[in-house]
Write a protein that binds this ligand. Structure first.
Ligand code: 1HN
Length: 315
């Protein structure tokens, strides 16, 4: 016990530390601040740079060695070695003719966007669906999934997963399928977890009809959804641009069709087909299209919505 006659603030703070405690008024770093900090950085990964790398990996690494031949994109912010934005990781993946990526399941939610190739399918909880360019397929938490290329060309796609969110909250579980592949498979033309490109185009056309020509339009992919990741297809006409926005949610945009640039927090970042654009929380952004463009927005907004933390401003 400290004698009150000789006690000092210095002695008090030392006793805090010995108990693994700290005074709310004495922190080195504040615990609360007036508005979101901008931590993760705006960044673009160019598919034209990635594709030759994937092709080299295709020659050097087979699917018995790599269960998934995927290249994840880590945000260049200091100290980060994995996440593309705070809660989501994006990856490029390539599968060669005749290859099979064995079945596994994990608590992270996942989805895929097909870029190029044909003759490839994915099996999600025993349901086999073909993957064609522009298609988006969901793999919800804990669903078994495997992929195979039964065609004769290399197939390229992008994966998006909430792995970084699972890392933060820690409910990670993962297991390979005990038999390598699911033993019973039903082949389907359509499935609630699969959003075919032609249906997306029809939905965009219907929305265009509603808002009038020459304006950007966006449609949510659904009704089937992932709990933690929202998906929106945005079409911007040649020469058009979206409004400048800032939101508490994080987004990754994938260039499904077209080309242009994004202005993110004062930086101008050009992009083309297949590129990945990281738009982290609270950074003002807008997209401009030099040709007719379709972007897939992959966002953690549903998580923010559930907690009442989604705030979006038009600037
Ligand atoms: C994963 O399981 C897949 O199943 C793709 O195809 C990309 C990136 C990080 C962690 C797991 C897949 C992944 C992944």
């Amino acid at each position: 016990m400290t004698d009150t006659a000789t006690d000092s603030l210095e002695a008090l703070y030392k006793d805090f530390a010995d108990l693994n405690m700290e005074g709310g008024w004495h922190r080195k770093f504040p615990a609360l601040w007036p508005e979101p900090r901008r931590n993760f950085l705006p960044h673009v990964w160019h598919y034209a740079d990635v594709k030759p790398i994937l092709d080299r990996a295709g020659r050097l690494v087979d699917t018995t060695q790599a269960e998934r031949r995927n290249l994840t994109m880590f945000n260049p912010v200091e100290g980060n070695i994995y996440s593309t934005v705070r809660t989501i990781v994006a990856a490029y993946q390539m599968i060669r003719p005749g290859e099979v990526a064995r079945a596994h399941r994990h608590t992270p939610n996942a989805l895929r966007l097909i870029l190029e190739g044909e003759g490839t399918y994915t099996v999600v909880d025993g349901k086999q669906v073909e993957m064609r360019p522009g298609d988006v397929l969901l793999t919800p938490s804990w669903a078994w999934h495997s992929h195979a290329n039964s065609g004769d060309v290399d197939c390229y796609w992008m994966d998006f997963l909430d792995v970084p969110l699972v890392h933060l909250l820690e409910p990670m579980f993962y297991e390979p399928h005990p038999q390598g592949l699911e033993p019973e498979v039903e082949v389907l033309e359509t499935a609630p977890i699969a959003f075919a490109w032609k249906d997306t185009l029809a939905a965009l056309d219907a929305e265009q009809e509603r808002v009038g020509p020459g304006k950007p339009v966006s449609v949510e992919l659904g009704p089937e959804k992932l709990d933690s990741i929202g998906l929106e297809m945005i079409r911007i006409p040649a020469g058009g641009s979206t409004e400048m926005l800032r939101t508490t949610a994080n987004s990754i945009f994938a260039v499904v069709r077209g080309g242009g640039e994004s202005e993110i927090d004062g930086e101008t970042l050009p992009w083309a087909f297949g590129d990945t654009v990281a738009v982290p929380a609270w950074r003002p952004y807008r997209h401009r299209a030099t040709e007719e463009t379709v972007l897939l927005r992959v966002t953690d907004a549903p998580v923010f919505e559930k907690f009442g933390w989604l705030r979006t401003e038009t600037l």
